[in-house]
Ligand binder design. Structure first.
Ligand SMILES: *Cc1c(COP(=O)(O)O)cnc(C)c1O
Length: 368
């Protein structure tokens, strides 16, 4: 692997293939695999990742918003794309790009039927989402009759799937809650199928659901973070490989005398002679200010270098007093060690947030 000469996010497609194959090995052979590639495929690159997974025969994709789905179509993704949280203002574009909306309340159902019939569609694929305990998006089980009536009155749309989302699939202390969600979903899906007179696919599991609740795999699973290398537990992390490594370089080394300060607002004041390194990565690249003042760290030649003072927009300074290093040396922010999960934990957040924060200004490099 070439040494970084600027800030880059290196994405290892071999690791992605490994994760995909591992996760598939946890499914029954006929369970479909939907790859969640919202938020630039968790900060990596949705178009590259989706095209690669399409070549590995992923069955379905999901994004959060319509513009994310349009970008995938422009990049050559031809498999079905579920839009998890569409906004009705963009329905015309959704239809033009053959994206499939998640329908989560009667307002959006009516609006979608209106838009699709204005575009002269018949049997347009939609996905009905039920709330079973997350209390975020979704119809309630009591809405089944009214949805079914709405659907019987039109030929414009056809339900491809019914689905729900687990609230605490990674937390085994909440197992009873999750099992209750699964049972609730089963009952709703059963009733819904009876009411509409045909059988849509069912799906419920995200990554931790795949790993912890095989009884809830149904016809398809929706996998995000696992593809990117995290299983939300130490045990599962062992089977997965983080696909991205965020790297940078040392721009400059400073000697700081006792009593001098480093960075904006003089947030750090030195009580000894020390050495700092300035790096070309800041909060505009995804290293938030919470990582400053000794909370977060980077890794240089295998040693931990804590962030000194405030994180700037385009730079951070790190303490390298006891590290053998020079200007131009490579710096690891996260990758195999520490992982994004490890670094995120230093500021009480999760891999998902750190990964999706890496801004579009950071160059993505793909290695196979
Ligand atoms: C983001 C998301 C997923 C993927 O979750 P992971 O924990 O990353 O696997 C699945 N389903 C829905 C509805 C989501 O919003």
């Amino acid at each position: 692997m070439p040494k970084a000469q600027e800030t880059v996010l290196e994405i290892n497609l071999k690791a992605l293939k490994h994760n995909f194959e591992y996760l598939k090995s946890r499914l029954q052979p006929n369970t479909k695999f939907l790859a969640v590639v919202k938020a630039f495929a968790y900060g990596s690159d949705a178009c590259e990742i989706a095209n690669y997974l399409q070549s590995l025969n992923a069955d379905y994709f999901a994004v959060a918003y319509i513009n994310e789905g349009i970008a995938l179509r422009h990049a050559g993704v031809t498999k079905p794309i579920l839009v998890l949280h569409p906004q009705s203002v963009n329905f015309k574009q959704l239809i033009e790009h053959c994206l499939e909306p998640s329908i989560y309340n009667s307002k959006i159902l009516k609006e979608f039927i209106n838009s699709a019939s204005a575009e002269k569609q018949t049997n347009y694929p939609i996905h009905i989402k039920f709330n079973t305990g997350l209390n975020r998006l979704g119809f309630s089980g009591h809405d089944v009759d009214s949805i079914a009536n709405e659907l019987k009155a039109t030929e414009t749309v056809k339900v491809t799937s019914v689905f729900s989302h687990l609230a605490a699939s990674e937390d085994l202390e909440e197992k009873r809650f999750s099992l209750n969600q699964i049972e609730t979903f089963n009952n709703i899906a059963e009733n819904f199928t009876k009411q509409i007179g045909y059988k849509p696919m069912r799906h419920m599991c995200n990554t931790s659901g795949i790993l912890n609740y095989p009884e809830a795999h149904f016809d398809m699973v929706r996998c995000g973070i696992g593809l990117y290398g995290f299983g939300n537990s130490e045990k599962e992390n062992q089977h997965l490989k983080p696909i991205s490594t965020l790297k940078t370089v040392i721009s400059q080394i400073h000697t700081i005398k006792q009593g001098e300060s480093v960075g904006y607002n003089r947030a750090f004041k030195s009580d000894a002679l020390l050495k700092t390194a300035t790096l070309p990565i800041g909060h505009a690249d995804g290293i938030g200010r919470q990582y400053g003042n000794g909370n977060g760290f980077v890794t240089i030649n295998g040693e931990k270098a804590p962030i000194v003072g405030n994180v700037c927009m385009d730079m951070v300074m790190v303490n390298v007093t006891n590290i053998d290093c020079k200007e131009g040396d490579e710096v690891i922010i996260f990758g195999e060690n520490p992982t994004a999960e490890n670094l995120a934990a230093s500021v009480q957040t999760i891999s998902y947030e750190l990964l999706t924060s890496v801004s579009q200004r950071v160059k993505r490099i793909f290695i196979d």
